[in-house]
Design a protein around this ligand. Structure first.
Ligand code: SAM
Length: 286
């Protein structure tokens, strides 16, 4: 019989957030795969867990992943832990789950701490609809593309960031999303010096420019107001002369009638209004 892969969530700063089930599973597993064994040994010692440990991280995830799947197929039960939080969320756990499932191994997840969810619930921003962007890409083009996408995002946005990159990221977000966008910066979650800073992008960028941020942090941003965004777009179109607006569509092969329909939708007015405006503009031309 093949073994089971257990994804074990561990605390993100407060040891009391370890669950009974995770402690028992870590004790009973044949092997613990840990992102950083030197880091995890402290956790295991604290909970008196003496299961053998091996490393599984970003840089050995392919070879080691295959090795772990072989062991699982041979009947060993493996518990996966990462540096902190829930394995698979912004760490190499995702890859091992895919490999194991492809090999027909049973994978199960033991819930516990996760910085993203902890931050969201504390942010004071809407929690009903949210998106998790993890770390913004480091590649410049890809980063610009994601930032552009975030401009239109109406859901609450959760981002992970390292303290030494926080100021740069806040400045970029300020430039793309606007300084008045509300956000909450959450640092040192679950720890003694946990801070929840509810502010705006421009104030946060200014504050952390002066005050070097320390400790791990999560940025939670309010989504854009879809209604206000639509109104802004309609206003932009309305400022364009109607003839130019119609030409924009007719150049794409639309008939004048269809172009009028499209222009009416863009401006948020009726087709009749567009027709009346078109006649009026024609009159003034003559
Ligand atoms: N798997 C983890 C989880 O479930 O949250 C996330 C791992 S990711 C490599 C590390 C990032 O999580 C950090 O850079 C930071 O953005 C966030 N993070 C982790 N612990 C945190 C804490 N105690 N306070 C604030 N952010 C934290």
């Amino acid at each position: 019989m093949a073994g089971i892969l257990y994804l074990c969530a561990t605390p993100i700063g407060n040891l009391e957030d370890m669950t009974f089930r995770v402690i028992r599973t870590l004790r009973e597993a044949d092997l613990i795969a840990a992102e950083d064994t030197r880091n995890s040994i402290k956790l295991l010692n604290h909970f008196d867990i003496h299961t053998p440990m091996t490393s599984y991280h970003e840089f050995n995830r392919y070879d080691k992943g295959r090795e772990l799947v072989e062991l699982l197929l041979a009947g060993k039960n493996i518990a996966l832990i990462t540096d902190a939080g829930t394995p698979g969320i912004s760490d190499p756990g995702e890859e091992l789950v895919r490999l194991a499932q492809a090999a027909g191994i049973t994978v199960t997840s033991l819930p516990g701490a996760c910085a993203a969810v902890t931050a969201l619930t504390l942010s004071g921003l809407p929690t009903r609809r949210f998106c998790f962007e993890a770390f913004l890409p480091t590649d410049r083009k890809e980063r610009a593309r994601v930032l552009e996408e975030l401009c239109r995002e109406t859901r609450t946005i959760i981002l992970y960031e390292a303290p030494h990159r926080l100021v740069k990221t806040l400045h970029e977000l300020e430039q793309t999303l606007g300084g008045s966008r509300r956000l909450t910066v959450l640092r040192e979650l679950t720890k003694k010096h946990e801070t929840v800073f509810r502010t705006t992008l421009s104030a946060a960028a200014e504050y952390y420019q002066e005050q070097a941020p320390r400790g791990e942090c999560v940025i939670v941003l309010e989504g854009t107001d879809a209604g206000a965004q639509k109104a802004q777009e309609q206003e932009r179109w309305s400022r364009m002369p109607l003839a130019e607006h119609l030409e924009h569509y007719m150049a794409q092969g639309m008939t004048q009638k269809d172009a009028m329909k499209a222009a009416a939708a863009d401006r948020g007015v009726s087709k009749r209004d567009i027709y009346a405006q078109w006649l009026a503009e024609k009159d003034t031309e003559q």
